[in-house]
Design a protein around this ligand. Structure first.
Ligand code: SAM
Length: 472
């Protein structure tokens, strides 16, 4: 006989009461973590959000113990063995013998396991993924060494760095040549020869002067001043986009012949010059020195961790290109992860104008191909964004193997959208929902959506979604 709703509820309550009586001690005193995970798996410290617990739960279900040790994102230990993620974030060699030093145990700083490890912290790119989350997502998508993951809007290359460390091949594409450059430097920094970098740091003043001769003196605290005074100072005497590598490298004061070293120093210089535009707390030279010291420290730390395990790093390709027309073969990719520009919240070209000019980029031309920046009015921008994102999703569907997953990490700016559609912010259809709709005609179907809160007073965007679409 069918139960009515109220009789069903009282039946469930009855069940719970008898369950409580029998299991209260185990359930409550055991705690949520102990009830979700086998005893031999120890979670990383600072795991404090529901989506993280969910990704950790999937990892524990999908991965073997060996796979968790090698590639897990949310576990510190499997039995007596530290995971690679834990060692990498703690700055300890991944080949460390299985014992726990008191230094390791007490080394818990905010966000230490979420971001800032490996070479992710080399350049502060706005809108960057949380690397630990990407590692978890790569695992949950079922990607394994030998597979290839694509990020069609790679930004600062978070997906490529994580994949490389995990032994998974990767391809990244971005419309901005600066993103390609920055990503390549971060990838190279995992293995770049550091002796010449130390030498450059000892000769810091002449290295700085060298870049100033090439690029012009960075201005302090004012972008406008930079544009007015510098004119074409950034235009160098070569048509080659990556001219520093081929043309000017030989002039460097300490005589380095290694392109990866040159680019490492150049990224530090561009980072310092960009910073000098925003703040005049330190002189541009002091800023360069401080940034180069930090870059060297970051690279030394991860190289120490990876010592002896370099051959396990996978191949990665960082390309300049358009996500609406990917230079990739049909059905050749095992997984896609990307984060589109958050509607039209961040003007990446404005943020990176100093760096782009240095790389001799025609910024106005680049703007025409940048998703989220096209159009004049908000309404026009939204319509073009929608059309562009549909093309991106159709390209994702084309290159992805059937049955595989495309994960999109996207926030929604409801205040902005509510102005366009003239409806209250809480009635707006979010960008996450829009992308799910756009994917359907191309055979991409929603299988899971997780959400995470974005904290910080300055953020108008409060929720970010991890949207997983499966290719039919
Ligand atoms: C939210 S950011 C990605 C950040 C990245 N997930 C990271 O971890 O650094 C979006 C990126 O999309 C890029 N982009 C915009 N239009 C593009 C296009 N048509 N093709 C490829 N990339 C594009 C921007 O240059 C920007 O780097």
């Amino acid at each position: 006989m069918e139960r009515t709703d109220s009789s069903r509820i009282s039946f469930i309550n009855e069940e719970k009461r008898s369950y409580q009586a029998e299991n209260i001690t185990g359930t409550v005193f055991g705690g949520v973590r102990e009830n979700l995970f086998p005893r031999h798996l120890e979670l990383v410290p600072q795991l404090n959000e529901v989506y993280e617990l969910e990704l950790a739960y999937y990892e524990s279900k999908i991965l073997t113990d060996e796979q968790i040790i090698r590639n897990g994102a949310y576990f510190a230990r499997v039995g007596d063995t530290f995971t690679r993620h834990f060692l990498m974030c703690s700055g300890e060699p991944v080949r460390l013998p299985q014992h726990s030093s008191s230094r390791l145990r007490s080394f818990f700083r905010t966000n230490q396991f979420k971001t800032g490890y490996a070479t992710h912290g080399l350049f502060p790119y706005r809108g960057k993924f949380h690397p630990q989350m990407i590692k978890g997502v790569i695992n949950v998508m079922g990607l394994k060494p030998g597979d290839t993951v694509l990020d069609p809007m790679m930004g600062s290359g978070t997906v490529l760095i994580e994949a490389k460390l995990m032994g998974i091949k990767s391809i990244g594409v971005d419309a901005s040549p600066f993103c390609r450059f920055m990503t390549q430097v971060k990838l190279d920094a995992l293995t770049v020869s550091l002796a010449p970098v130390r030498e450059a740091l000892e000769n810091c003043r002449s290295v700085y002067d060298y870049f100033v001769r090439l690029a012009g003196q960075p201005n302090r605290g004012s972008k406008k001043r930079l544009e007015r005074e510098s004119g074409d100072l950034f235009v160098r005497d070569s048509g080659d986009k990556y001219a520093p590598r081929s043309k000017n490298r030989g002039d460097l004061p300490w005589g380095s012949e290694i392109p990866e070293v040159y680019d490492f120093l150049l990224l530090a210089y561009l980072d310092a010059a960009g910073y000098a535009e925003r703040s005049d707390r330190k002189s541009p030279y002091e800023q360069f020195r401080a940034i180069l010291e930090r870059y060297l420290f970051v690279a030394e730390k991860i190289q120490l961790v990876l010592a002896g395990a370099e051959s396990e790093l996978a191949e990665s390709k960082a390309l300049e290109g358009d996500a609406r027309g990917l230079p990739i073969e049909d059905s050749s990719i095992e997984g896609i992860i990307f984060s589109p520009p958050y509607s039209f919240a961040i003007d990446y070209l404005e943020n990176d104008s100093f760096h782009l000019r240095f790389l001799r980029t025609d910024i106005d031309k680049l703007r025409e191909g940048m998703i989220g920046l096209r159009g004049r009015t908000l309404r026009q921008k939204f319509e073009l964004y929608e059309a562009d994102m549909e093309k991106v999703l159709s390209e994702c569907a084309r290159v992805l193997r059937p049955g595989r997953i495309c994960t999109i990490v996207v926030g929604t700016n409801n205040n902005q959208l509510s102005k366009i559609f003239e409806v209250p912010p809480d009635e707006v259809k979010g960008i996450d929902e829009l992308l799910v709709e756009l994917g359907k005609p191309h055979g991409l179907h929603l299988i899971r959506k997780l959400s995470r809160q974005i904290t910080g007073m300055a953020n108008t965007m409060r929720t970010e979604f991890i949207v997983m679409l499966q290719r039919s």
